[in-house]
Design a binder for this molecule. Structure first.
Ligand SMILES: Cc1cc2nc3c(=O)[nH]c(=O)nc-3n(C[C@H](O)[C@H](O)[C@H](O)COP(=O)(O)OP(=O)(O)OC[C@H]3O[C@@H](n4cnc5c(N)ncnc54)[C@H](O)[C@@H]3O)c2cc1C
Length: 344
């Protein structure tokens, strides 16, 4: 019987697998999007691709150093005003999802963890283990993303409250025009411009209006002008973004990453929180106390959930929304404080 079966080879699943293997567990990873036989061909995904300094530090502690382009902080703009704040202790990193996936997959395969192609379709557990599509393991880790089929199988999903939002992203072959991640605010949504290489930027748009990316780009004339005429890669989308679950520990099944709950991509912290929760999960298993993971998850994700819910709440009220960039520009120490929180 395998100690730990990790379902999902995104950042949460791969970090969990790597930490668990290093803690001495016998681990396997399964994901429908990886090649068979431990092939380390990378997985792409709709993402703003800005790794906050905390995520960069967590990856470094795993020995994972994906190629990317550093950014010094965050810039908010609404076409008239601009607010700028740098991270207090070191930069973030703009990283193509394929580069992140490749670096993590290589580390996992090097740690001797088998990575197999396939989807978890059935889960049945008893006191001694979990039967996953006929294979036995002591613990199943559901790191299967925003739409977590495993969470659905176990009836752990809760209805999401509030307005629904979606994200779309596209790359453009132009040199970054800022050393920060720019967040452009319009009445329709927000656009993130992340420098990911010396000749490439990613533009991610978050909105509750489900319209084609080209139409969304017109909400942000300053970005549209910069990327006009450059090669754009394919558009990728994700959503609805908000995800709620009843609990993170269901017997011998533990949830991590977006599968465990997600508020929004507004603060760009998804990977940082996924890595912090992966560490908490493996600590709990290592100490033989899986039931403590629920509390550790709440602590590790609290700041993200509170900050993102707060900004999302304000951004959903037109009067407050219009005040976000002017307030950040008028009170730079407040904006610096918020950006400092994102860096952790
Ligand atoms: C538009 C957008 C912009 C974002 N911007 C940022 C940002 O700038 N910075 C940041 O840090 N975060 C950002 N995020 C959030 C970040 O992308 C996620 O938090 C992160 O990818 C979560 O990783 P994960 O491993 O939980 O899920 P994923 O990366 O989604 O991985 C889940 C994996 O599970 C697999 N899977 C699905 N079903 C099964 C199954 N039945 N069995 C086995 N495997 C299965 C999938 O194939 C997938 O590979 C953004 C998100 C969006 C949508």
């Amino acid at each position: 019987m395998t100690d730990i079966l990790v379902a999902g080879a995104g950042p949460a699943g791969l970090a969990t697998a790597l930490l668990a293997a290093r803690a001495g567990f016998d681990v396997r990873v399964i994901d429908p999007r990886v090649g068979a036989g431990g092939d380390s061909s990378p997985i792409d995904k709709a993402c703003g691709e800005g790794l906050m300094p905390g995520a960069v530090a967590a990856l470094r502690s795993l020995g994972v150093r994906p190629a990317g382009r550093e950014f010094a902080g965050i810039e908010y703009a609404d076409g008239r005003r601009r607010a700028v704040a740098d991270f207090p202790a070191g930069p973030g990193l703009g990283v193509r999802r394929t580069a992140l996936s490749s670096a993590l997959l290589t580390a996992v395969v090097d740690a001797g963890v088998p990575v197999q192609a396939g989807s978890v379709r059935s889960v049945d557990q008893d006191d001694s283990g979990v039967t996953v599509d006929g294979q036995r393991c002591r613990y199943l880790i559901a790191a299967d993303g925003l739409h977590s089929p495993i969470s659905r199988l176990l009836a752990l999903d809760r209805p999401a409250k509030g307005r629904q939002r979606w994200g779309q992203r596209r790359h453009f072959g132009v040199a970054p025009w800022s050393d920060r991640v720019q967040v452009h605010w319009s009445p329709h949504g927000e656009a993130y411009v992340t420098p990911v290489a010396d000749d490439l930027v990613g533009v991610a748009v978050l909105s509750s209006e489900k319209v084609p990316f080209a139409e969304q780009l017109r909400w942000f004339p300053q970005i549209a002008e910069r990327v006009a005429g450059s090669d754009g890669g394919p558009v990728r989308g994700a959503g609805p973004l908000r995800r709620r679950t009843t609990k993170r520990v269901a017997g011998r099944v533990l949830l991590v990453g977006d599968a465990s709950g997600y508020v929004d991509a507004l603060t760009g912290e998804g990977v940082a929180v996924s890595l912090a929760c992966a560490q908490a999960l493996v600590d709990c298993l290592h100490r033989g106390r899986p039931q403590e993971y629920e509390k550790r998850w709440r602590t590790a994700s609290l700041r993200y959930r509170a900050l993102t819910s707060g900004v999302l709440w304000a951004s959903g009220r037109p009067v407050l929304r219009r005040r976000i960039v002017p307030t950040a520009a008028a009170l730079p120490w407040v904006f610096r404080g918020v950006v400092g929180q994102l860096a952790r």
